[in-house]
Ligand binder design. Sequence first.
Ligand SMILES: [Zn+2]
Length: 325
Amino acid sequence: MNRLALPAALALALAALLAAACGAGGGGADGRVRVVTTVSPLRSIVERVGGERVRVTGLVPEGTNSHTFEPPPSAVRAIARADLIVVNGLNLERRIIELAEANRREGVEIARLAEGAIDPDEYVYDFTFPREGGDPNPHLWTDPILAIAYAGLARDALTRADPDGATVYAANAEAFAADLRELDAAIRAAVATVPPERRLLLTYHDSFPYFGPRYGFTIIGAIQPSDFSEPSPREVAALVRQIRESGAPAVFGSEVFPSETLETIAREAGAVQVTALRDDDLPGDPGDPENTYLAMMAENARAIVTALGGDAAALDAFPPAPAGG
Ligand SMILES: [Zn+2]
């Protein structure tokens, strides 16, 4: 782990300099609460709950593999200024959390949303996140009902960091929860149009283990091994056989993990390949109306339902991704 030692030492030195330069004390120059978070769905959730009172910085750039992301030294700057740090936890952002623990100002909380959203006995272990590895599948947010739990935990953490905003955060979290319940109902209605025997999910990146069961999908596997490499030829052959036997009409990949293997598997199994699923890459660009958690999940549900032969019209109320996006 020598490779990690140098950036960490550098980060500590930088933080000391910054602390000396800026002094302590919360609130940015604009008076807003400075929140540092990690992946873009979390950024979107915290922005929605914090509203105008907060300025949110997401440390993981969109379209990068969050699981292996190495934060640059510049992340320390944001961490050292933050009034609140919000992460998923469950080892999704191990390096960022190490950096946050070493460089946050005194008294600044690191809120770990996934670790408070459900009981540990409800964690999912699977192909990419095996029980022997000790880390459960961290993608709890792809279940919109668990996103309500995330929003509640974000509200509580924001209220601890900024008690004057309590009523605003409570109202924002409640409004967001109402939208999420609408999204949940729309996904249910759309999935109901997919014949039950076709409700099969095989994804490249294993990020829908909480979404799948919520909506009656059977997860028949994931292609990406636990070290985020490509599967071996033997694993590929087994997957092709599994898809043929299950009769799954489609396999799902994501743009963040382009994979020729997925293409091969789909072709050999006679299934359609869909590359549109996103777990931490929001549609559009920051500032666009569709650059939200809600739009990302609506888009995922639309892609899944359509590829499995259902009708996604129930999701029409949610903003679509931009053309070509
Ligand atoms: Zn992921």
